[in-house]
Design a protein around this ligand. Structure first.
Ligand SMILES: Cc1cc2nc3c(=O)[nH]c(=O)nc-3n(C[C@H](O)[C@H](O)[C@H](O)COP(=O)(O)OP(=O)(O)OC[C@H]3O[C@@H](n4cnc5c(N)ncnc54)[C@H](O)[C@@H]3O)c2cc1C
Length: 386
């Protein structure tokens, strides 16, 4: 894959990368945008749209070509999530979880058998989900209580997961449970669980402030038998699976946030050029121009952080601090930029007939999932304090 010359700047894309991002954005603009409001109101993503995402090739970006995927890099997943989130951050997070958490975890930790069974399906038609959080364990994720007890040639799972993104659409779930609660994080083990197996049910769907079309549900396990062959990574090493995938996943959330903020800024620029007050376009007032200029600068800084973290990851360089910084900064930036967009629409910014109130609602999740802002600060502080 041809890389952009670093001397051109971090946000300069190679021809391949630019072509890819533009083609995903054109798709989103053409095929997602007309449905954004309905999807938000109905709190669902139609299956036909998900099928189109598979056809486009953005549901298996890092899956090797031999297994039906695009065989591309993590950076391409970031570009796809950014381009889609510019139009709809709910569809953006569906693509994000599929690539940066589920496929990423399987590629890194899956046996050849697991990869052979699941990667071709994930690249072709099957949505995945990633279930770590529980009612009592969010930031302190490794305090999870879902239990896995060895039995015969496998494990029996009992417990409940909360907040599982993609749960309505998914057929493959990465589920974290403990084989030994006394061992603390060293008991945590990751399993691949298929929808439809006895003892596993998708429960209540949350009614949310933002990213409403993205499904978020409870998962219920009651005497759910999982074969030993579906242990992902080693028994007792699930904490490593979780830490390593989430470190990368949060770069994807950074991408969702820069895409979302770009979408809000696009709307604000367009609207302020059209809207006239005091006999001239609102964008003609220097006070408004300066606000837009500051938002564009804020967004560019966030994009630099996100692209830098993603490129470090693909280059095999350390990126823990950079990933935490990119998520922290881009999610706070997205709240600022979408809030400005609402302000610049005036009263029209406050009603559902115009697109910016939704993006303002959608932005809030960036500071919560895949580690709250406080947890990102904790990671950054640990890195700088040694
Ligand atoms: C829409 C949505 C989708 C989600 N999708 C998924 C998913 O697909 N898979 C999954 O596993 N999880 C998912 N989550 C869960 C998400 O990752 C958690 O909500 C998040 O990690 C925070 O956990 P919590 O809600 O339990 O908050 P808590 O951990 O209870 O935090 C409450 C507050 O305390 C603060 N806090 C906690 N500990 C500390 C500390 N040590 N220092 C300073 N402040 C602290 C937090 O920053 C926060 O402000 C999702 C959540 C939502 C809302």
């Amino acid at each position: 894959m041809q890389r952009a010359d670093a001397s051109q700047g971090l946000t300069t894309l190679s021809d391949d990368e630019a072509l890819f991002r533009d083609s995903v954005y054109e798709f989103a603009d053409r095929e997602i945008r007309p449905h954004v409001r309905d999807m938000d109101e109905q709190a669902r993503i139609p299956r036909q749209l998900i099928d189109r995402l598979f056809e486009l090739g953005v549901m298996g970006i890092e899956v090797p070509e031999a297994q039906g995927g695009a065989g591309a890099e993590f950076f391409h997943a970031v570009l796809a999530v950014e381009a889609i989130s510019r139009v709809d951050p709910s569809v953006g997070v569906l693509v994000d979880v599929q690539n940066t958490l589920v496929i990423n975890a399987l590629l890194r930790w899956g046996t050849d058998d697991i990869k052979g069974r699941y990667l071709p399906r994930l690249a072709a038609r099957t949505v995945g989900a990633y279930a770590l959080s529980e009612a009592g364990s969010g930031s302190d994720a490794f305090a999870l209580a879902t239990r896995a007890v060895e039995s015969g040639d496998g494990y029996v799972l009992n417990g409940r997961k909360l907040w599982t993104t993609n749960a309505v659409e998914a057929e493959i779930f990465i589920v974290f449970a403990t084989v030994n609660p006394e061992a603390g994080y060293r008991g945590i083990t990751a399993f691949v669980v298929e929808r439809g197996v006895p003892g596993f049910a998708v429960g209540r769907k949350e009614d949310k402030l933002g990213i409403r079309a993205s499904s978020t549900c409870e998962l219920l396990f009651e005497e759910c038998r999982v074969p030993r062959a579906n242990v992902l990574g080693e028994v007792g090493k699930g904490y490593k699976v979780a830490i390593e995938t989430l470190n990368e996943g949060r770069i994807g959330i950074g991408a969702q946030m820069i895409g979302l903020a770009q979408g809000a800024l696009d709307h604000a620029v367009h609207y302020t050029k059209e809207r006239t007050q005091f006999g001239r376009a609102v964008a003609g007032f220097q006070g408004v121009q300066f606000q837009l200029a500051r938002a564009a600068t804020d967004l560019e800084a966030a994009r630099l952080l996100v692209y830098n973290a993603a490129r470090l990851r693909d280059a095999g360089q350390p990126f823990l601090k950079e990933a935490a910084m990119c998520k922290l900064f881009s999610s706070e930036m997205a709240e600022r930029v979408t809030s400005l967009a609402v302000n610049l629409y005036g009263g029209y910014g406050f009603v559902r007939d115009y697109p910016v109130e939704k993006l303002y609602r959608d932005a809030k999740i960036g500071q919560i999932y895949e580690g709250t802002s406080n947890l990102q600060l904790q990671t950054i502080a640990k890195q700088i304090l040694g």
